[in-house]
Design a protein around this ligand. Structure first.
Ligand code: DQA
Length: 150
């Protein structure tokens, strides 16, 4: 299965940024873990990060024919980007499902983080398991892909 792993804004600063919330792992270390986990499940990955809303949309569009599923941490765009929600909805309508992931538990933080405008376009939201939010999403997609013969 081909998986697009997409990290949104400020995730390039993982390891330095608010480690008490997001942990001490850098983005490079997180990506290495994701890549190794996906390989074990025979999934191919493309891993991308952008701080820009438009670029995240472009990456989703550009990978719509290659990717069979997407694991997406939209960062703060989660809470207000209808443009990203539409992009996720657009690729879902082409048969490419997305799981939204968060390192922290967005339901237990500030009020503005409790809402995701992107989640309704996603298969599922997985939040609060640190780097394992990503691996749980990959596991679920790989299992779903198998039952759908992909
Ligand atoms: C985050 C949660 C968001 O609210 C925040 O803006 C982030 C990271 C997470 O992974 O926990 O940038 O998506």
């Amino acid at each position: 299965m081909n998986l697009l792993i997409l990290h949104g804004p400020n995730l390039n600063l993982l390891g330095e940024r608010e480690p008490e919330i997001y942990g001490s792992m850098t983005l490079a270390e997180l990506n290495a873990k994701i890549g190794a986990f996906a390989r074990e499940l025979r999934c191919k990955t493309r891993i991308r990060q952008s701080n820009s809303e438009g670029e995240l949309i472009d990456i989703l569009h550009a990978n719509r024919k290659w990717a069979q599923a997407v694991v997406f941490n939209p960062g703060a765009y989660t809470h207000y980007s209808y443009a990203l929600r539409d992009a996720v909805g657009a690729i879902a309508s082409l048969g490419v499902p997305t799981i939204e992931v968060h390192l922290s538990d967005i339901k237990k933080r500030e009020k503005f983080r409790r809402t995701s405008v992107i989640a309704p376009a996603c298969l599922k939201q997985i939040s609060g398991y640190g780097w394992e939010s990503y691996t749980r999403a990959i596991q679920l997609l790989a299992a779903t892909g198998k039952t759908h013969g992909r």
